[in-house]
Write a protein that binds this ligand. Structure first.
Ligand code: PEP
Length: 241
């Protein structure tokens, strides 16, 4: 019998929040004590605040991005060693917004993945197709290319994969559970069997349970709904049942 894959619900707060709003959100999350299997990913300036508030709680935290470089003249960048020093556990790598808005390429995602692993943290590698690519029947080819770029240069151990169809991110239009399952089953064959594969793209309390019930969906990467404590907590609960 294979080892059970661990479940994870990670909140990607993106570029949202303030000291005050983050304090309130963390208070609400900590007081509900959702247990292990969830994480929040705040913007960089709030990592210290989040690390301190979550100390002693089972809620983990991560970063939304990292430099592929170890140190040096890289203005505006943050290294994996810096994140690790604060106790960071997860780092989102290759989010579609990084790829689409900031020109990140597959090779860069692979280098970031390597930097995160070398610093002892867990990368959450995001892959996913555009609507145009889906309509052209290229979904599997696109996500395979994105994964292979990373797998060629890294052993895919101690990592999390997130399938995030770009047409479902922030659009309110989630993939159906069957659409998610089909891609997850394809991805499952590309990574070690213990790798959790998360679905991301307009996961809400109303659709989370059906998506998480799919056999190859091991949790979610949550954008918008992760900024609302009750919604995020309901999604975390849905992943545990
Ligand atoms: C995301 O950006 O990772 C995401 C899934 O966003 P949303 O839940 O808002 O679609």
């Amino acid at each position: 019998m294979g080892m059970a894959r661990s479940r994870l619900v990670a909140g990607n707060w993106k570029m949202h929040g303030s000291r005050a709003s983050i304090a309130a959100l963390l208070d609400a999350l900590v007081s509900e004590n959702p247990g292990a299997g969830c994480a929040v990913c705040p913007p960089f300036p709030y990592l210290q605040q989040v690390a301190e508030r979550l100390r002693g709680s089972a809620i983990a935290w991560g970063a939304q991005n990292v430099s592929e470089h170890a140190q040096g003249a890289y203005t505006g960048e943050v290294s994996a060693a810096m994140l690790a020093e604060f106790g960071c556990r997860y780092v989102i790598v290759g989010h579609s917004e990084r790829r689409q808005l900031f020109g990140e390429r597959d090779a860069q995602a692979a280098a970031k993945f390597a930097a995160v692993r070398a610093a002892g943290m867990t990368p959450i590698l995001c892959v996913g197709e555009t609507l145009e690519e889906r309509d052209a029947g290229k979904t599997e080819a696109v996500v395979e290319r994105q994964i292979l770029a990373v797998v060629e240069k890294n052993s895919f151990s101690n990592a999390v994969l997130a399938y995030e169809p770009i047409w479902a991110i922030g659009t309110g239009r989630n993939a159906t559970p069957e659409q998610a399952q089909a891609v997850h089953a394809f991805l499952r064959r590309k990574v070690p069997s213990e790798t959790p594969i998360l679905y991301g793209g307009s996961v809400k309390p109303q659709n989370a349970a059906a998506i998480f019930a799919m056999p190859d969906v091991d949790g979610g990467l949550i954008g918008g709904a992760s900024l609302v404590a009750k919604d995020f907590l309901d999604i975390v609960k849905a992943a545990k049942t």
